[in-house]
Design a protein around this ligand. Structure first.
Ligand code: GAR
Length: 197
């Protein structure tokens, strides 16, 4: 059983999908730790309700990006984490962090990469831009994380149709329901299996 840490910043619906998948889609790994960069993240409640250990690391308390990443690494390594999942973790991680965990960090992004991705594209903003552009199909992507924002190898993608009456909020919800919450647990399982041992 691989030890998974999930890094979160907000509502944590993707974390919930992972929790709910344990023992079903996700059988080769177990969520051992949830780390938030925001003490008010509702995701922390979801973790506590599921009996999962939590930690909060605040960038402003660490004083610098370097110290923030060092603190994250210390916590992850102390907990013997095999796989890190960014599930709505709204901060960029630099090469200092990503190179420490090659092919061991996953991210879920709410578009079909390479559309609507990279620095500045996160959360609702991604769906606003998809609607503004007028694409008729969007979706979600799970990918490995490297030093390029949203630039790591793609593991899985799922398409979702856009409807004429969509608002960013309605589209966000459909992408989550039809794509993110399905793809992320499946991808986590695939990667846990590939880690072997
Ligand atoms: C999700 O839609 C996730 O794909 C997105 O933020 C939302 C978090 O929701 N992540 C990004 O935009 C990262 N670039 P959640 O907290 O309910 O899982």
């Amino acid at each position: 059983m691989k030890r998974i840490a999930v890094l979160v910043s907000g509502g944590g619906t993707n974390l919930q999908a992972l929790i709910d998948a344990q023992g079903k889609t996700l059988v080769s790994g177990r969520i051992s730790l949830v780390v938030a960069n925001n003490a008010g993240a509702y995701a922390l409640e979801r973790a506590k309700n599921a009996g999962i250990d939590t930690a909060v690391v605040l960038k402003k308390e660490c004083g610098s990006q370097e110290a923030f990443e060092a603190r994250l690494m210390e916590i992850l390594d102390k907990n013997g984490i095999d796989l890190i999942i960014l599930a709505g973790f709204m901060t960029i991680l630099t090469e200092r962090f990503t190179s420490h965990y090659p092919r061991r960090i996953l991210n879920v992004h709410p578009s079909l990469i390479p559309s609507f991705c990279g620095e500045g594209y996160y959360g609702l903003r991604v769906h606003e831009e998809a609607l503004r552009y007028g694409v008729k199909v969007t979706g979600a992507t799970v990918h490995f994380v490297n030093e390029i924002p949203d630039g790591g190898e793609i593991i899985a993608q799922k398409a979702v149709y856009i409807e004429d009456s969509d608002t960013p909020e309605i589209l966000q919800r459909r992408v989550m329901e039809q794509a993110e919450w399905v793809l992320l647990p499946q991808a986590a399982e695939t990667v846990c299996v590939s880690l072997g041992g």
